[in-house]
Design a binder for this molecule. Structure first.
Ligand code: ARG
Length: 469
């Protein structure tokens, strides 16, 4: 493997002395922005072609540069094992931009020294970051799509599985497991939309903004923007190097993704407890205890929930970096990439882990059904039964509430345990058909409004969400 030691800084002309090793390493960013190597090379290739087209550098030089840049890209590309590459990035370089330019100069001499005409690392880093995100965001949207797919497949299979729906973590009304899982899928569907929106807004090319004020050279910003697959160049150069809205938007969108996963995982942790026992996580998606021999813990769900803290932290980091930052570029901005890369990596791996854990879980549908008995989840249905018979809702609510109190006083677990004569003491409108109306299956089946838990309606919701994929 070649070592790409370039051993020089781009600003050596002005400053005769370099910071001492620890200080140099402190201000360097190569360990983080080496991830942008391929994007940096793509940007340089587009810039070089444009420089030649505009007569700023000789066509022959552009050809040489392009060939060498392509070679470096290939040498840096990961091998099949994922880590093998023919060229090592010099960990003592200042940043990826210095490293690539240094390498060109080392290999090509004066031709290499021509590549940076009309460019600054300020527009270069803004470009590389955007190019990287143009690739990363569709991948994240795909991770979301696959996760939604798993939830919807399970939701479809469990469209008739009755379970308690909760408010205040108290049993509220019967729903189905399919309905619950479809609710989760709706949240992830919006996440996909937020990433698509961010992608749309970041799709402008900052190249040509220079350090902050463009260039006196006759650059053609349209050409490089087009070659790099952008909608067009950014409007204002100062904005282009100062702006990190795209990073903020994505960090926000990803912290919302993680808050969603965290909430789903909280449900799973509850469901996996002995108290609920609604879900049986696969053994391969559980961990044991070093001391308690009986334990089977939902560590994956807990860790995903915990990692939502990182992504929230990264968003706060970015907001804090930007707040109070004078225009245009400031070195503070170098901290942006570590935060956003971490959010991207965290969200991607958590989506994969969540998917694996959920797809392999077994649901204890008997327990779910049994949990619908007791807790008087049929009380709203009793009240709506009376409304259908003409009683004002508030009176119906009171009558049903009194029936619940009667049940509790009599030690009964559900309204259906009362005789019709007993029910009639609270409302004469109760008839024999009340008993069928109180069955959990009926309660669910009757909620067939758009957005409701009735199985046929949930199947419609599932079909609608699948269309978005
Ligand atoms: N490594 C820098 C960053 O990530 C590149 C831009 C440096 N520009 C500068 N004027 N020091 O922000």
């Amino acid at each position: 493997m070649k070592t790409g030691k370039t051993n020089q800084v781009l600003w050596a002309g002005r400053l005769a002395e370099k910071p001492e090793a620890e200080a140099f390493a402190f201000q360097a960013s190569i360990q983080v922005d080496k991830r942008l190597a391929q994007e940096d090379i793509s940007g340089s290739r587009a810039h070089t072609a444009m420089l030649a087209k505009q007569g700023i550098i000789p066509a022959e030089t552009a050809k040489t540069l392009d060939k060498e840049l392509a070679r470096i890209a290939e040498e840096l590309a990961a091998g099949p094992a994922g880590e093998l590459s023919a060229l090592a990035i010099d960990k003592n370089a200042e940043d990826i931009h210095s490293f690539i330019e240094g390498l060109l100069t080392q290999r090509l001499g004066d031709s290499g020294r021509m590549v940076h005409a009309g460019r600054s690392r300020n527009d270069q880093v803004a470009l590389d970051f955007r190019l990287y995100l143009k690739k990363a965001l569709p991948q994240l949207r795909e991770e979301l799509a696959e996760t939604i797919g798993v939830l919807l497949d399970t939701a479809e299979a469990q469209a008739e599985t009755i379970m308690p729906g909760y408010t205040h973590l108290q049993r509220a009304q019967p729903v189905t497991l399919g309905y619950h899982l479809t609710a989760w899928a709706c949240a992830l569907d919006r996440d996909r939309g937020r990433l698509a929106d961010a992608l749309e807004r970041l799709n402008e090319c900052p190249l040509g903004a220079g350090a902050l004020a463009g260039s006196t050279l006759p650059l053609d910003r349209e050409i490089s923007a087009k070659v790099l697959g952008f909608r067009g160049p950014t409007l204002n150069g100062m904005d282009s190097v100062a702006d990190r809205d795209f990073a903020l938007e994505i960090a926000a969108a990803l912290s919302i993704v993680m808050v969603h996963l965290s909430r789903f995982c909280e449900d799973i942790v509850l469901w996996a407890s002995e108290e609920f026992k609604f879900i049986d996580l696969a053994e391969s998606w559980s961990t044991g205890s070093s001391i308690m021999p009986q334990k089977k813990n939902p560590d994956f769900a807990e860790l995903i929930r915990g990692k939502a803290g990182r992504t929230t932290g990264n968003l706060v980091t970015l907001l804090t970096i930007l707040k109070g930052l004078p225009y245009a570029y400031d070195k503070d901005l170098q901290e942006d990439k570590e935060a956003l890369f971490d959010s991207i990596d965290t969200a991607a791996s958590c989506l994969r882990m969540f998917r694996g854990m959920t797809a392999s879980a077994a649901f204890n549908t008997e327990r779910m059904k049994a949990a619908c008995a007791g807790g008087f989840m049929e009380a709203t249905d009793a009240a709506e039964y009376l409304v259908r018979k003409g009683l004002p809702f508030r009176n119906a609510h009171e009558a049903a509430a009194l029936v619940v109190r009667d049940c509790i006083a009599a030690g009964q677990a559900s309204i259906g345990e009362r005789t019709l004569a007993e029910l009639k003491t609270r409302s004469s409108l109760f008839e024999e058909d009340i008993y069928a109306a109180l069955e959990p299956e009926t309660c669910v089946k009757n909620r067939k409004l758009p957005g409701g838990p009735a199985p046929e309606e949930v199947r419609r919701q599932i079909a609608e969400l699948r269309r978005h994929l």
